[in-house]
Design a protein around this ligand. Structure first.
Ligand SMILES: CC(C)(COP(=O)(O)OP(=O)(O)OC[C@H]1O[C@@H](n2cnc3c(N)ncnc32)[C@H](O)[C@@H]1OP(=O)(O)O)[C@@H](O)C(=O)NCCC(=O)NCCS
Length: 181
């Protein structure tokens, strides 16, 4: 199995997630602006060892099995600081997830990170479709999907950290992605 590579965008470095990232995730992740529209599987209140347990028992084993790909997000201008995470997953209807620490939201950074890993999904991993779930009130995430050519393909209801909300499934096919590049 190929090791997950480091990816680069105009402003960002996406570096494969590692156990040493636990402390930085523990600082940046457990904030309401980050977790409220994430899947209710995220423990909340977030335990003091939440990031370490997630890396050790969920993310890194899934990477080792070849089922998931996880990157820490860093600014090229400050590569020592983890500012968020972005992931790809083989899961049904749940192929990409991302978050940014509150300080870094709203500057278009995730649009860059998301484009880089979506390119990886279609051109390196060779997948034919990418599907993502999201809470309908998560306007920033929906805007990102709309602006990158994704289509709404289903609505449902989901359990999120912030409660039960309407939930949407968005998708883009490889042909659609390649046509937009
Ligand atoms: C969702 C998230 C990753 C978006 O990343 P980002 O870098 O902040 O997004 P961008 O700056 O590229 O903004 C995307 C769009 O949402 C809009 N937007 C950003 N924050 C917003 C807010 N709080 N309310 C309404 N719109 C917002 C932006 O104006 C932009 O719209 P535009 O394309 O019309 O200009 C980030 O907000 C985040 O980490 N949220 C918490 C975790 C999360 O919800 N992850 C996704 C789960 S599906």
């Amino acid at each position: 199995m190929e090791a997950t590579p480091t990816l680069y965008t105009e402003r960002l470095i996406l570096r494969p997630l590692e156990l040493a990232d636990a402390d930085a995730i523990q600082q940046q992740f457990p904030h309401w602006e980050v977790v409220r529209y994430l899947n209710a599987l995220v423990p909340w209140p977030y335990p003091a060892d939440g990031a370490l347990m997630y890396l050790r028992h969920n993310a890194l084993p899934a990477v080792a099995r070849g089922e998931e790909w996880h990157w820490s997000i860093r600014l090229k201008s400050a590569p020592g600081q983890l500012i968020g995470n972005i992931s790809l997953m083989n899961e049904q209807d749940n192929n990409r997830g991302f978050w940014l620490g509150p300080k870094w939201q709203g500057s278009g950074l995730m649009s860059e990170a998301s484009a880089a890993v979506t390119e990886y999904w279609f051109t390196v991993l060779g997948r034919t479709v990418l599907r993502v779930p999201k809470a309908t009130p998560n306007i920033a995430s929906r805007r990102l999907s709309e602006r990158t050519g994704m289509r709404l393909v289903g609505t449902d209801e989901g359990r999120f950290v912030g409660g039960v909300f309407p939930k949407e499934t968005w998708e883009i096919t490889r042909e659609e992605w390649l046509a937009r590049r």
